[in-house]
Design a protein around this ligand. Structure first.
Ligand code: IVH
Length: 679
């Protein structure tokens, strides 16, 4: 070991790291690009002379080893959740009110952050030399539980520190292992450059910076990723899978101190007025940012209050995304086609003259159903206004009827037969949708297979359009259960399928067997049973058998399940074909169990009577909450009543309660009883 060389190299690295931080994190370079390049070349030269001194966190090592075999999956330390949305000032005010209500006497203040339109990633830092830490893994969000290990690509993002020194850790009071979560975004300039390149190569343009960023992080060539100039903005810091006790504002400060790039447009707000003002300012500054945002995220600052508020199935109750209103554009309808969905539902779709709206090229927009076309008075060839908001499918919202825009020529004739299989289409009296009557319509099966494989459902990566179509064309699957008997030789026969991709898909299919009851339920495609309902049903019943044996009242005991959903579930399982499908899945080894959630019994033995209008909860919500905590509700007050919950304009029931000396509580009193047991 040559001590002086080692010392010189380390000094040079620190100098380069300082300039990278100034340039990529703080946007405040002190030296020119040429001077920076000179320092970097000097380091490369020295390292070439002393290869034994190269460390993984050296600035020269950002573009290093390639992931040989695609990306490994890795479990998150705690789920990467999503956010609930508010689309108006009223919805935001409702949320604020609920937060304050649930927070009781705990402090309520919010951090306001921009909602960056990129993709969330998790960075893991673990012990390294000299008491510091180094980046050891970078994961995508994936399905929230498990992400993909894209470390070699993350390393190329210059605003991601490859290491943090012992001194910085000490200052921030952090141990030698932590996790940083945040958003990777593609700046608009990089996006435009990418599309120019794609055009020159005769490739179709990337649709928007978010997709381009996501695609980039999954590129198998770190050199390409380095060129795309992604930027990482940090917003969460976790130690042992827990957020910092100091709260969100302090978290953002700590991240800044550690050398991470934290979005400078942030604030602390105490009132709905201040929240709305922040939103206005963000919207006003939006165009000049150089990267896309689609709203503002408010997070309860205090960690104690966050814990009190807790989580719903998919999102924290202590945060919300206010989404900017949809952007719109004008274009012409070329033609109207009809798509057949998983349930046989026919959806008319407008095929548009491509138009650029809010960073995305839109060439199709949903028209919902035949009535909607009627109501719009839409003719093929009309000019229309198209809106698109965030993740939502673009919608046609109105027909332009002015002198500059010629009207279309002919009315759209809704097909009398299914465009996929030619069978008859029917519409139930109370419904707006037309459906294909053919239970074996190939479109239904195709859409069911695609749905089954979706990330939120059984998460079978690689089961996309092209593969599904080939499986169907060759008669290799007749139901989703047939996926589980596919073999390698069968798959290798498919177009663009080599042995490796066949094996990968089979592994994915195999892995999906363990997805659990909630996902299988979603995969079955029962009407109205989406992610959240499936999860609640799974927790309540614990197994497919118990669920299939349940009567309407039992189903409706589940939070959020009413008569409409229970009827759909019963109808589904009453069909022999559906029961047979469940059996085939079971035979294939698909796990149909879930951990039963222990129902609380805090209110066990108590009977409540609800009367009057409660300030926040509907009567139904209050009833569900009481029942979920083991309590009962009754319609009239008697000596058996334990409590009367009274709201505005409570009537005779209140008098009766007073007469019988039954305790009367308000909504807050009820929530407090429920709350007390959550601890
Ligand atoms: S907090 C559990 N903060 O928005 C908390 N998310 O719609 C979820 N996003 O998946 C993340 N900017 O990818 C948070 N300042 C911000 C954000 C942000 C953008 C994204 C993130 C998340 C999605 C949810």
């Amino acid at each position: 070991m040559s001590e002086p060389a080692a010392h010189k190299i380390e000094k040079l690295r620190d100098e380069i790291r300082r300039h990278e931080h100034l340039y990529y994190v703080l946007d405040a370079p002190e030296i020119s690009d040429a001077q920076y390049d000179a320092l970097m070349n000097e380091l490369k030269r020295m390292e070439a002379g002393h290869p034994e001194l190269i460390t993984p966190d050296s600035p020269t090592q950002r573009v290093g080893g390639k992931p040989a075999e695609g990306f490994r999956k890795a479990a998150h330390s705690r789920p990467m959740l999503s956010l609930d949305n508010a689309y108006s000032a009223e919805e935001l005010a409702d949320w604020d009110r609920r937060v304050r209500e649930l927070a009781g006497n705990l402090p309520v203040e919010y951090t306001a952050e921009l909602k960056l339109d990129g993709l969330s990633v998790a960075l893991l830092y673990t012990p390294a030399r000299d008491g510091g830490v180094a980046l050891s893994a970078g994961l995508t969000r994936g399905d929230g539980q498990t992400g993909e290990d894209v470390t070699s690509n993350i390393r190329t993002i210059r605003s991601v520190p490859l290491s943090v020194s012992a001194a910085q850790l000490r200052k921030a009071g952090l141990p030698q292992a932590f996790e940083v979560r945040g958003e990777a975004v593609m700046p608009e300039a990089a996006f435009q450059r990418l599309n120019e390149e794609r055009e020159q190569q005769g490739l179709p343009p990337a649709v928007n910076p978010r997709n381009a960023a996501a695609g980039t992080l999954r590129t198998l060539e770190p050199g390409i990723v380095a060129n795309r100039r992604l930027v990482f903005y940090a917003y969460f810091l976790l130690v042992n899978g827990e957020y910092l006790a100091a709260g969100q504002s302090a978290t953002l400060d700590a991240l800044t101190a550690l050398g991470f790039r934290v979005n400078p447009h942030r604030g602390r707000v105490h009132s709905i007025e201040a929240m709305l003002k922040f939103i206005d300012e963000a919207e006003a500054g939006r165009a000049g940012l150089g990267y896309e945002i689609d709203g503002v995220v408010f997070k309860v600052d205090s960690h104690a209050t966050q814990q009190r508020l807790g989580y719903t199935g998919r999102a924290p109750r202590w945060a919300i995304a206010y989404k900017f209103t949809a952007k719109s554009g004008m274009t012409q309808v070329r033609e109207i086609s009809v798509q057949v969905g998983r349930t046989g539902k026919l959806t008319p779709v407008a095929n548009l003259e491509p138009v650029f709206i809010g960073g995305t090229t839109v060439s199709r927009a949903t028209l919902h159903n035949a009535d909607f076309i009627e109501r719009l008075g839409l003719l093929v060839g009309d000019w229309v206004k198209v809106e698109r908001g965030g993740d939502v499918i673009p919608k046609v919202v109105e027909v332009i009827e002015d002198a500059e825009h010629p009207r279309g020529k002919h009315r759209f004739q809704f097909p009398a037969r299914c465009p996929e299989c030619g069978s008859e289409v029917v519409r139930a009296e109370s419904e707006v949708d037309w459906r294909c009557v053919n239970a074996d319509c190939p479109a239904k099966l195709r859409e069911s297979l695609l749905h089954f494989g979706r990330r939120e459902v059984m998460n079978i990566e690689g089961l996309g359009d092209a593969v599904v179509q080939q499986l169907l064309d060759r008669g290799m699957v007749r139901s989703v259960a047939d996926l589980y008997s596919l073999t390698e030789p069968q798959l290798v026969g498919l177009e663009r399928f080599a042995e490796k991709s066949a094996r990968t898909l089979l592994n994915e299919i195999e892995r999906s067997k363990k997805a659990g009851l909630a996902r299988v339920l979603m995969g079955l495609g029962i009407r109205f049973v989406g992610e959240r309902t499936a999860e609640l049903l799974a927790q309540e019943f614990g197994s497919m058998d118990a669920l299939m044996a349940a009567a309407a009242e039992e189903l409706e005991r589940v939070e959020e399940v009413g008569p409409r959903i229970s009827e759909a579930i019963l109808e589904f399982f009453s069909r022999p074909a559906n029961r047979a499908l469940v059996e085939s899945l079971r035979k294939a080894g698909v796990d149909m169990t879930a951990e039963k959630k222990h129902r609380s019994d805090k209110l066990a033995g108590l009977t409540f009577v609800l009367t009057g209008t409660l300030p926040h909860l509907t009567r139904d919500e209050a009833r569900q909450k009481i029942e979920a905590a083991g309590g009962k509700t009754a319609g009239s007050v008697s000596r058996k009543t334990s409590y009367v919950v009274a709201g505005e304009e409570a009537g005779s029931k209140l008098d009766k309660a007073q007469e019988l000396k039954i305790p009367v509580i308000d909504e807050a009193g009820l929530l407090a009883m429920l709350e007390a047991e959550q601890k």
